[in-house]
Structure formats: structure tokens, C-alpha cells
Design a protein around this ligand. Structure first.
Ligand SMILES: Nc1ncnc2c1ncn2[C@@H]1O[C@H](COP(=O)(O)OP(=O)(O)O)[C@@H](O)[C@H]1O
Ligand SMILES: Cc1ncc(COP(=O)(O)OP(=O)(O)O)c(N)n1
Length: 275
């Protein structure tokens, strides 16, 4: 359903290849029918092979973007992506407030599929202290969940334990995604731990492809878009899982290596359910 008056916000980095970071978030907001705003935290120079350089925005400039959006728009939900370092984490935590920007979906971006580090290791502790408690939903992949929860994940029980640790750190709802697990050969099982302590799993067949750039960005952005529309967390997560699966299953031929997912296929999937 197109609801052009509903606005969502991404607080993220720009990736020059268009597949990930803020461009992916804005594509995802668009195909899920909400208007997208973007607070730029950083930018990376890259293509489907590699990321070769990064620049972080000055903290004063990030603060100014928060001020300008708050003066004008009715934002119903937000998400974070690349937060880079302590300065960015502090300015985001200082300026994000749920009254103005709605519930926050935290995609704890640490490393890209090309292996580029987008969050300094020295910033993990501050991220736990200042960003995780702001999360209505946090969506770590296997690697990010292991780093943030400080444990090894080998099986489904570990996935749940990691989610519980992140919830103890202050995240209300936690999705520990299963795509990077060694067990994800037939199906990709994401664990969803809800605020009330209950949990469920969402599962889809594993698709063997290198055209996966932007999966985590689109997944978290669609959750934010759905929350902006007033959906509850379980249905927002299920819709994001179905839409991202469709975007992986119908690949585009853009770039030579780690190509982007197909947001038009996500749009078709989202439209199907909403009509
Ligand atoms: N190869 C795949 N086959 C099926 N689903 C996948 C695949 N890769 C990722 N997904 C799904 O895409 C969504 C985003 O997850 P993921 O790719 O793990 O995020 P990230 O980009 O943060 O690593 C999740 O729901 C995940 O289960
Ligand atoms: C600026 C910027 N932010 C995030 C990413 C994420 O990259 P990657 O992990 O490859 O993609 P996801 O599938 O996790 O969305 C990026 N490349 N650039």
C-alpha cells in the first residue's frame, strides 16, 4: 500500500555503488510505499568488487541534519546503518529521540560483504552502551551478534542466547539473522525475540548467489517502514523477510561481483500482501 504521507528516516552511510547503505535504505522505503529522509553519517567509495576508501561526516554536520529534519517533518520511524566510530555514535545517541523520530531499528553494521570494516572495533563498547538501548528492534547478522553479545554462535540455542544478551543490554526486540551460519545450507532461519520474552523463527530456503548486497539494509529499512505505518514488530519482521527473499530470488545483473538485490521484486512481494 502506498502511503506517501508517511515518512521514515535512515541514519546511515552512502555507498557509491548504490547497493548498500543509504541508497539501499531509500530504495527499500520507496518500494514499501513510505517517503524516506536520510541523515548522512559517512560515505564509502566502492563498487561490486571492493570498498577502497571511507570518509566520516563531521559530528557538527550530523547534528545539523538532525536539527533540520526535526524542525519540519513528521517522521514515524527510523533506522541506523553505518555509525563508523565513537563520535558518530555519540552524536546520534545525543540527537535521536523517539518522540520526534519514532521507533528506531538498529542495523548494527560492522563489516561489509567485501570485508570492509564500517564500525571501529574500539567503538563496540560505546555502541553497546549508547545505541543498543535505543533500539525498538536490532537486526544483527550472525557475525554482528557474536561480536556484540561476545559469544560464539553454533546452533539455534546460541542464536536465542545471543538475542537474550542483546535484550539485556536494552534492545526491546532482537532479530538474529541466520544467513551467515554454517547451518544455512538448506534454509535460512532468523530468530525473532520479542519484548515480552517470547520468540519465533522465520525461515526461507537458502539461495546460493553472490548478488546479496544490501540484504541487511533492505531488511531493517522495511521493518522501519512497516513500523512507520503502524504495523507491530512480528508482522513488520515477517514482511521484511518475505520481501528480501523475493529480492534475492529474482537477481539483477548489476556489477560483476557482489551485486545488489532486486528492490522491484521486493516491491512486487510487498504489494501482493498489502492488496
Ligand atoms: N543467501 C540467502 N538466502 C536466503 N535468504 C537470505 C540469504 N542471505 C540473506 N538472507 C536473508 O536476508 C535478510 C538479511 O540478512 P543478512 O544478509 O544476514 O544481513 P546482513 O546484510 O546484515 O549480513 C535476512 O532475513 C536473511 O535471512
Ligand atoms: C555505507 C555502507 N553501509 C552499509 C553497507 C553494508 O554492506 P553489506 O554488509 O555488504 O550489505 P548488507 O547486505 O549488510 O546490507 C555498505 N556497504 N556501505
Amino acid at each position: 500500500m502506498i502511503q506517501q504521507d508517511i515518512q521514515a528516516l535512515t541514519i546511515a552511510g552512502h555507498d557509491s555503488d548504490g547497493s548498500a547503505g543509504m541508497p539501499a535504505d531509500l530504495h527499500a522505503f520507496f518500494v514499501d510505499g513510505v517517503y524516506g529522509h536520510g541523515i548522512l553519517t559517512a560515505a564509502v567509495a566502492g563498487n561490486s568488487y571492493d570498498i577502497t576508501a571511507q570518509e566520516v561526516m563531521p559530528k557538527e554536520f550530523i547534528a545539523e541534519q538532525f536539527h533540520q529534519l526535526a524542525r519540519d517533518f513528521q517522521i514515524k520511524a527510523a533506522k541506523t546503518g553505518m555509525l563508523a566510530n565513537d563520535d558518530v555514535i555519540n552524536v546520534v545517541a545525543d540527537h535521536y529521540d523517539s518522540q520526534t523520530f519514532g521507533p528506531l531499528v538498529v542495523d548494527p553494521v560492522i563489516i561489509t560483504k567485501h570485508g570492509a570494516m564500517l564500525l571501529a572495533q574500539s567503538a563496540y563498547e560505546l555502541f553497546r552502551e549508547r545505541i543498543i538501548p535505543l533500539a525498538k528492534v536490532i537486526t544483527p547478522n550472525f557475525y554482528e551478534a557474536q561480536k556484540l553479545a561476545e559469544m560464539t554462535i553454533n546452533n539455534r540455542q546460541d542464536q536465542l542466547t545471543a538475542a537474550q544478551r542483546l535484550q539485556k543490554m536494552g534492545a526491546k526486540n532482537v532479530v538474529v539473522k541466520g544467513a551467515h551460519s554454517d547451518n544455512a545450507q538448506d534454509s535460512v532461519d532468523d530468530l525473532v525475540l520479542l519484548e515480552d520474552g517470547s520468540h519465533f523463527w522465520t525461515s526461507k530456503p537458502f539461495i546460493k548467489t553472490s548478488r546479496l548486497n544490501g540484504t541487511g539494509d533492505a531488511f531493517s529499512a522495511i521493518i522501519a517502514a512497516e513500523l512507520a505505518k503502524g504495523q507491530d514488530v512480528p508482522s513488520a519482521v515477517r514482511r521484511a523477510k518475505d520481501a528480501v527473499y523475493a529480492a534475492i530470488a529474482n537477481p539483477l545483473t548489476v556489477g560483476h561481483k557482489f551485486g545488489p538485490i532486486n528492490h522491484w521484486a521486493a516491491q512486487a512481494e510487498l504489494g501482493k500482501e498489502a492488496d
